[in-house]
Design a protein around this ligand. Structure first.
Ligand code: ADP
Length: 466
């Protein structure tokens, strides 16, 4: 099976969130199962600064490699991709994102064809590559080189849809005006994700629970009607994590490597991060962590409501995140009263993220919705207990410890329920034996890509056979 991943980000070349983790780890896991993979993505400035060699193929394309033999083709375009951000900067989203990713999708198909990389399946991800199935059907035509190629669109987050002014449609160059109404129109705007949902052969999302949720009015982000039309073609497959990259036994970024058998060494990481964060180095103080994009989705407003209680509950919190200015400001204000108990890092810093996972006791994920969530899976791998809102992939992976599960869960999205769950977590933390048993259990979970990669491989197989 030959599968081309077309994506806007993949580690280690570019990352803003979980999409980048998935678009590197899943191809690598599929390669191990004997499939042939390639990845196509834009060449951002950061691509050249990784430790992997990048070779120029021609004026528009460079190449590197992932896994054992996975070529990564970078589409170069100085004006579109040589920018400080992937999709926007501090002033918001770039206003030519439709043009940028139209160019990318068109080039990705042209490059695959020029290189004679005949994919059985093109696996597209989110709005950035949603034009690929549209272009294949209406411009390239499913004939000749592309005759047998199927397209799969994975929705990593339905809230991001790639919208722009209706006038952008003309620039896409489709001969038929009617395609605008059929595929793109969304409340008077152009919507790339909608067009991808309407035209890709199959659709997956990143957890079974989120697959159900996106078909409801509450979490359908206005596309629930479109998704209902494709109901039979939507499947949820849970993400995994790259267990080589996320491995406390070998992680080069953490202070001291540790295994489930040497949990005492985890304490050294706690002391390290407490010191680095300017917190008191007390091994008995419960240390909470939060790593994530600062957005409406991630429940930063709920987090802000617990911060006034850190002294009263005798806890410490380390927050690492970047994103929307309003949430940065909210956190700055909410953290200022207790610098000796709350540490705030407003940046994207991969090494620091690893150190926080290694050092903290409990990871906070008060997300309003969460398509899959990788942080909670990473947390378990590092012997950290997740505290989550029951939604999407968090509901599929974390169950309450008092029902034989692996974490702390709150069911109603309110500051009060979040506070109760947090206080319960503090009580359990102070019961050393119970918390130690919970930690041993955390280490026992296997969220590697092995089983999910098999599900994807079966899925591709079915698509090709249809
Ligand atoms: P999302 O894709 O919605 O941002 P996920 O939970 O799927 O959330 O994936 C988040 C990934 O991004 C994890 O690997 C997490 O460690 C990482 N991450 C998020 N924010 C930061 C940050 N500020 N610094 C470093 N890594 C981050």
């Amino acid at each position: 099976m030959k599968v081309a991943f077309c994506t806007s980000e993949a580690v280690p070349f570019a990352k803003t969130g979980g999409l980048a983790d998935v678009c590197a780890a899943l191809p690598i896991a599929l390669e191990k199962l004997g499939h042939q993979l390639c990845v196509v993505m834009p060449q951002y400035p950061g691509v050249e600064t990784t430790s992997l060699p990048v070779e120029i193929i021609n004026d528009h394309v460079s190449q590197s490699q992932l896994g054992d033999h996975i070529p990564v083709f970078f589409i170069r375009h100085e004006k579109y991709f040589h920018r400080s951000g992937l999709y926007g900067d501090r002033n918001g989203d770039y206003n030519d994102n439709v043009q940028r990713f139209h160019y990318f999708c068109d080039q990705a198909l042209q490059v695959l064809q020029a290189l004679q990389w005949k994919a059985d399946v093109i696996h597209c991800h989110d709005w950035q590559t949603s034009l690929i199935p549209v272009l294949l059907r209406y411009r390239f035509g499913h004939e000749g080189f592309w005759e047998k190629t199927k397209t799969l669109l994975t929705i990593h987050n339905l809230a991001y849809q790639g919208t722009g002014p209706a006038g952008d449609y003309a620039g896409l160059g489709f001969a038929r005006d009617s395609l605008y109404d059929e595929l793109f129109e969304f409340y008077g705007q152009i919507n790339l994700l909608k067009a991808g949902i309407m035209t890709s052969e199959r659709i997956t999302t990143v957890s079974p629970q989120y697959a159900r949720e996106i078909q409801t009015r509450e979490l359908g982000c206005g596309l629930e009607g479109v998704l209902a039309k494709r109901r039979r073609d939507i499947t949820g497959i849970l993400n995994g994590i790259d267990t080589r990259l996320w491995n406390p036994e070998t992680d080069p970024d953490i202070h001291k490597n540790y295994s489930p058998r040497q949990v005492a060494d985890k304490q050294a990481n706690k002391a390290f991060i407490q010191k680095k964060a300017g917190l008191a180095c007390n091994p008995d103080t419960p240390l909470f962590g939060l790593v994530g994009r600062l957005s409406h989705q991630k429940g930063i407003d709920l987090l802000a409501e617990i911060l006034p209680h850190v002294e009263e509950w005798d806890i410490q919190i380390i927050i690492l995140g970047n994103g929307e200015k309003q949430y940065e400001d909210l956190l700055r204000a909410a953290c200022a009263h207790a610098p000796e108990r709350i540490a705030l890092f407003l940046e994207f810093n991969e090494a620091l993220a690893h150190q926080i996972y290694a050092g903290c006791d409990i990871l906070l994920m008060p997300s309003r919705y969460e398509p899959c969530g990788l942080n909670q899976l990473i947390a378990l791998r590092y012997g950290v207990i997740p505290l989550v809102f029951r939604t999407g992939g968090l509901a599929d992976t974390i169950t309450p410890y008092d029902q034989g599960g692996n974490g702390f869960v709150f069911d109603t999205y309110s500051a009060n329920d979040f506070k109760s769950a947090l206080r319960q977590a503090v009580d359990i933390y102070r019961d050393k034996d119970v918390f130690a048993a919970l930690r041993v259990k955390a280490f026992s979970y296997d969220f590697s890509w092995d089983s999910s990669a098999r599900l994807y491989a079966d899925f591709y197989q079915q698509m090709v056979a249809e």
